[in-house]
Every structure is written in structure tokens, then in C-alpha cells.
Design a protein around this ligand. Structure first.
Ligand SMILES: [Zn+2]
Length: 267
């Protein structure tokens, strides 16, 4: 069984435009266009899941403006089926963030996605910590984009040292730091986050991390706190899956990473 804990889709009528604008911003900062492997729609990901041997996908939507939250969460609720489950969204700048969290918990959501780069907040800011605390209290997980984003200028808002600061206020058990703790900043992950209760996903790392460092982080951190993710449509799940299978982990560790840890969270 394979559960992809980090994927993105959009409502049909905006999917093409959303992918184009995200892809354009990558060109702006990286000078090259990155492929996307689905058309960004629900049907697109269902087809990709079949092609990639993915049994279930967790969708992580992001409200880039406070006014988008309502529409995004309605979409997130509407797409739920036995193969696709979505986290909710909120924008740290909205005044009613607390009510949004309470409603999401009541509606059976398992968590939210926050993107410190797109939403322009530091992970150890006052509001961010308030949100993480409240989410933990409600039993909601928070997936944080962590580390550099390919389509955004500096400063980076969620680096390992800043995320570590948060752990004096929350347990960290309900945090999932994407991209193995911090995209392309894995030396700092090893310094500040490995061994803490924070969970990591494996989205979009295979092209950038050495197998040695990846295996070392997983082993030292503990496979109980690692969730398989691809970052679809920006990566194909089978590429990340193959990379992880090549690390030579124990079967028991692989099972935890590929689906057991995810099932515990999704219940
Ligand atoms: Zn992502």
C-alpha cells in the first residue's frame, strides 16, 4: 500500500491557470521551466495515482489570501472520497483563524497546510505559534512548507532553527515539516530537528538529496515520524518511491513511511 501525503490539485476551472502561474514563478527564480505531471485536477490526480501505484492521496491546499479560505475549504470538503482526502487551509492574517480551525476540526478534517513562503510569515512569529498551539489542542496536524521554495525569493520563512524555536511552545507531534524538514537545507535539519517530535514528509527531495544523507536522517530521526509524499503534480510519486526503496531501509521502516504512519494520522 502507498499513501501520498503531499499532493496538490485545484478546482477544474482554475487548475490550468494555477499551474501556469506557479510554473512561471519557478522560471522567474530558477531560469528553467519545471514540468508538471498532472493537469492539476481531481481527475488528473486519480489517473496519476493509478499510473503510480498510489492508493490514497492527501491534498494540501494553500490560501494565498485570507479571502480564499472559505472557497478552498469548501472545495477540500467536496472532493473527499475513498481515495482522496484533503487537508484544510487558512491564512495567518485572517482575524477569524480560530473559528476556521474549530470548524475544520468539527467537519472531520485531519489538519491544515500552511505555507510560510506563499503566506509570508515566519514560523516562529506570534500568530504562527498561536495557530500551531490551537491546532494541536484540536488534534489537527499542520503541514508546513519547510525550507527554500523554488518559486519564491528569500528570506526563507521556515528554516530548521526557526522551527526549533516553536518547540518550546508546542510539542511538535502535530507538525509535519515538508521536504524532509527543510528543502535543500538538510545539514541544518540534522543540526536542529532530527530527534525532535516533528514529523517530516519526503516530498520533492529525490533529485536534490544524497541517498546517504536521506537514509541517515530517516534512521536518526526515526521512521515513525516520516511520511511518504511526492509533491504531485511537481513530481511523480513513483520517482520518489523508487528513490526511497533504493535506500535499503528495513521492510518495517518502509511500511511505516509508505502507509502505516499516514493511516494513524488519517484514522
Ligand atoms: Zn507542495
Amino acid at each position: 500500500m502507498l499513501i501520498d501525503f503531499h499532493s496538490h490539485i485545484f478546482p477544474d476551472r482554475i487548475a490550468a491557470g494555477a499551474l501556469k502561474s506557479l510554473s512561471d514563478s519557478i522560471v522567474r527564480y530558477q531560469g528553467e521551466r519545471y514540468p508538471h505531471y498532472t493537469d492539476g485536477t481531481l481527475n488528473g490526480i486519480l489517473k496519476s495515482m493509478e499510473d503510480n501505484g498510489v492508493d490514497m492521496s492527501v491534498i494540501l491546499p494553500i490560501a494565498t489570501k485570507p479571502t480564499q479560505t472559505g472557497t478552498i475549504n469548501a472545495f477540500a470538503k467536496g472532493i473527499r472520497n475513498e481515495k482522496v482526502v484533503s487537508f484544510g487551509s487558512l491564512h495567518p492574517e485572517q482575524d477569524d483563524w480560530e473559528t476556521v480551525l474549530e470548524n475544520l476540526a468539527e467537519e472531520g478534517f485531519r489538519g491544515i497546510k500552511l505555507h510560510p513562503e506563499y503566506q509570508s510569515f515566519f514560523v516562529d512569529s506570534k500568530r504562527s505559534i498561536e495557530i500551531l498551539k490551537k491546532a494541536e489542542k484540536l488534534g489537527l496536524y499542520t503541514v508546513l512548507h519547510a525550507g527554500y521554495d523554488y518559486g519564491m525569493p528569500p528570506p526563507v520563512h521556515c528554516q530548521p532553527d526557526r522551527l526549533k524555536n516553536v518547540l518550546t511552545e508546542v510539542s511538535g507531534k502535530y507538525i509535519i515539516a515538508a521536504h524532509l524538514g527543510a528543502f535543500v537545507n538538510w545539514d541544518e535539519v540534522e543540526k536542529h530537528l532530527v530527534g525532535t517530535p516533528v514529523n517530516f514528509d519526503t516530498a520533492f527531495i529525490s533529485k536534490f538529496i544524497s541517498p546517504e544523507q536521506c537514509k541517515r536522517i530517516i534512521r536518526n530521526h526515526g521512521a515513525d515520524k516520516i511520511l511518504f509524499g511526492s509533491d504531485s503534480p511537481w513530481q511523480e510519486p513513483k520517482t520518489e518511491h523508487k528513490f526511497l526503496l533504493g535506500l535499503g531501509l528495513e521492510k518495517d521502516e518502509e511500511d511505516k513511511i509508505f502507509y502505516k504512519n499516514a493511516l494513524k494520522i488519517l484514522k
